[in-house]
Design a protein around this ligand. Structure first.
Ligand code: PYL
Length: 273
């Protein structure tokens, strides 16, 4: 999973309205609507104002990303949740959230990012929810993905989950990656997913794409009118690509909003065992 930088996240909070306007214009959905569609949830099943959401900075590995936890907090607040960043970091931060009786605790190290629902004792993870969020966006712009050919670029954690969820939704899925072995591993895990061994050739033929790759895609390889739902970071599509295709991207909001709604929803679905 590519690690975000401060530059990726520093403007997220102040640009939430711009992103929402963009999503409404392209998908017809606001941030929260898309997050609910990602998980197949009815928006009003969750009362966000009843949830206290703690976001805990984690210093392990490469350390905190400046403005990362504040951005996550502001995404939760944008959707109506009562959210805060803990004063303490790491375990002390987790203990603080527990002391404050947080209903949901979000924490990210360099490998995992979860939203733990303390009441339902169940978590939502960022990779799955990012895949679902970007599939919801693709589905909205395309009208439906059911029965349609969708190319997933990148067979990493988000891409492989996108193959799994797209197949479950009834799309015809092809996966491509510069590491062909990763593509075949995904196809083996999710029978029915096809492999395209040449990513450039596959992109040239694709009308619908989930781009879960950090690799650059040349605009000359993009079909006119293509729809590219693109969680991949770094995001390097140029003006020419935007003039040919509908490209949906943000570095954090679509995935985080989906994981917060998913985690909150566990309190309403009798998930408690
Ligand atoms: C969740 C993002 C989406 C893409 N890559 C993932 C990433 O950058 N993970 C690292 C997050 C580190 C956060 C740091 C902090 O500020 O608490 N531990």
């Amino acid at each position: 999973m590519t690690r975000l930088t401060h530059d990726d996240v520093k403007d997220i909070s102040e640009n939430l309205q711009d992103l929402e306007d963009f999503l409404v214009n392209t998908t017809g959905r606001k941030i929260k609507n898309l997050a609910c569609e990602a998980g197949g949830m009815w928006e009003h099943a969750v009362r966000p104002e009843a949830f206290s959401v703690a976001v805990v900075p984690v210093t392990s590995g490469l350390g905190v990303i400046s403005k990362f936890t504040e951005s996550v907090r502001d995404i939760a607040i944008w959707m109506g949740f009562d959210a805060y960043v803990t004063d303490a970091t790491d375990i002390a931060g987790f203990a603080e959230a527990v002391e404050k009786k947080a209903d949901m605790i979000l924490m990210a190290d360099d490998d995992e990012f979860v939203a733990y629902n303390t009441e339902a004792r169940k978590q939502a993870d960022n990779s799955s929810c990012t895949a679902k969020g970007y599939i919801a966006a693709l589905n909205a712009v395309a009208g439906t993905v059911i029965g349609k050919e969708v190319l997933v670029v990148g067979a990493g954690r988000v891409g492989s989950r996108a193959c799994q969820f797209l197949k479950a939704k009834g799309a015809k899925v092809t996966v491509t990656d510069i590491d062909v072995a990763k593509s075949y591993a995904v196809a083996e895990r999710y029978p029915g997913v096809k492999v395209a061994e040449d990513p450039v050739e596959a992109i040239r033929a694709a009308d619908l794409m989930i781009n879960a790759s950090p690799a650059h895609i040349d605009s000359e390889n993009i079909r006119d009118g293509a729809i590219i739902s693109s969680p991949g970071v770094p995001h390097t599509f140029d003006e020419a690509a935007y003039s040919k295709a509908t490209i949906i991207h943000d570095p954090l909001v679509v995935g985080v909003s989906a994981m917060i709604m998913q985690s909150a929803f566990y309190s309403y679905t009798g998930c408690r065992r």
